[in-house]
Design a protein around this ligand. Structure first.
Ligand code: ZN
Length: 355
């Protein structure tokens, strides 16, 4: 990859990932013994496909008022550009179930769930989230959370799985914030820790440009879930929480320094904490063109970051599930393509490691 040009992705002429779009280039290991095991959170499973599991639901999206700042249209487009570019095929797409209230209650308070699902949150609460309440937004968030849970369940069996949404790390147990209404990462981690007969440790690697404050708060006293956040200090949220490991970086940081920062911490963290599963928030808002990030990563930098994280985990045999995290642009096509970097990196790792 060192020979590849340090350039931004455009819709055409993307030579740096074209090489792993061909089918059948790599030998495949036989599927793990997944048959007979249950994926409790799947509406649709893909046991027959031996390609990278991608989790997506058409209900990841809902209507928003025109000119709303949140780029809701990106979710279906992430999947579409992966299919159009033949990075993935339809037969490897799994659909999650709607997250049940019981599942959500592992993290969120009964009162908040009742009010959020029932449309009883106040105007102030809604303002803080950035969304007016609607039935659609509730459904969207519940499918998105179900998607992260399903991706993690699949990862535990197959080593790696990627959702096309998720990473709503600003949601707290009793309120939503910063475009995050339910904390999918926290719900997933809590669920997987509590359902396991033996001790299960989960590492959340949050490389979204914003601190994962909700997640940090939820697991502040939980020895089974380690929260690692690399974020731009001078950015939302103003009031930070304490993650298990926070790396606050300066504004305008570029690829090389950013990658060195991640590489300086991840190996010793794995050695020390020894997780049984990693949840990876691959937010693309550290990108130089992002409307809300303040760093200067390129597409190539994000790709190398994702490859590094994925290769490190898969190389050590640690299951990893990815979510797309934050990314903000008025140009939805460009943004969706940027979000698909993690799936492209995962496809490369999946094939090279013969998973
Ligand atoms: Zn963000």
């Amino acid at each position: 990859m060192a020979l590849l040009p340090n350039q931004n992705i455009t819709r055409r002429a993307v030579p740096w990932y074209a090489f792993f779009m061909q089918e059948g280039t790599f030998l495949r290991r036989n599927l793990p013994q997944a048959v007979g095991k249950k994926f409790f959170h799947a509406e649709h499973t893909c046991h027959e496909s031996n390609a990278l599991p991608v989790v997506h639901h058409s209900k990841y999206v809902c209507d928003l008022p025109a000119n709303h700042r949140f780029p809701m249209g990106k979710f279906p487009k992430v999947l579409k550009c992966l299919l159009d570019d033949q990075v993935i095929r339809n037969k490897q797409v799994w659909a999650p179930k709607l997250a049940s209230e019981q599942l959500l209650a592992g993290v969120h308070t009964e009162d908040y769930l009742k009010r959020f699902i029932g449309g009883k949150t106040t105007d102030d609460e809604q303002r803080r989230t950035g969304f007016r309440w609607s039935e659609g937004i509730v459904q969207r968030c519940r499918y998105e959370t179900g998607g992260t849970v399903l991706a993690a369940e699949i990862a535990l069996q197959r080593g790696l799985a990627c959702s096309t949404a998720g990473g709503t790390h600003h949601a707290f147990p009793d309120y939503g914030s910063g475009f995050c209404l339910l904390n999918d990462l926290a719900v997933t981690a809590k669920h997987l820790v509590s359902e396991s007969a033996s001790r299960r440790k989960i590492l959340i690697v949050d490389l979204d440009v914003h601190q994962g404050d909700g997640t940090a708060y939820i697991f502040r006293d939980d020895p089974d879930v380690f929260t690692f956040s690399v974020h731009c200090g001078k950015n939302f949220p103003l009031r930070k929480q304490q993650s298990d490991l926070d790396i606050s970086v300066e504004e305008h940081m570029e690829d090389k320094e950013y990658l060195a920062t991640v590489e300086a911490h991840l190996p010793w963290l794995l050695e020390t904490f020894r997780p049984d599963l990693v949840l990876y928030d691959a937010g693309v808002d550290p990108h130089w063109e992002d409307e809300l990030g303040r760093l200067r990563l390129t597409d190539q930098g994000l790709y190398q970051r994702d490859l590094y994280v994925l290769n490190t985990m898969v190389g050590k045999g640690i299951p990893i599930a990815t979510v797309i995290g934050g990314g903000y642009s008025r140009d939805i096509d460009k943004l969706a393509l940027r979000h698909s970097i993690v799936h492209r990196a995962a496809t490369k790792v999946w094939k090279e490691k013969r998973m």
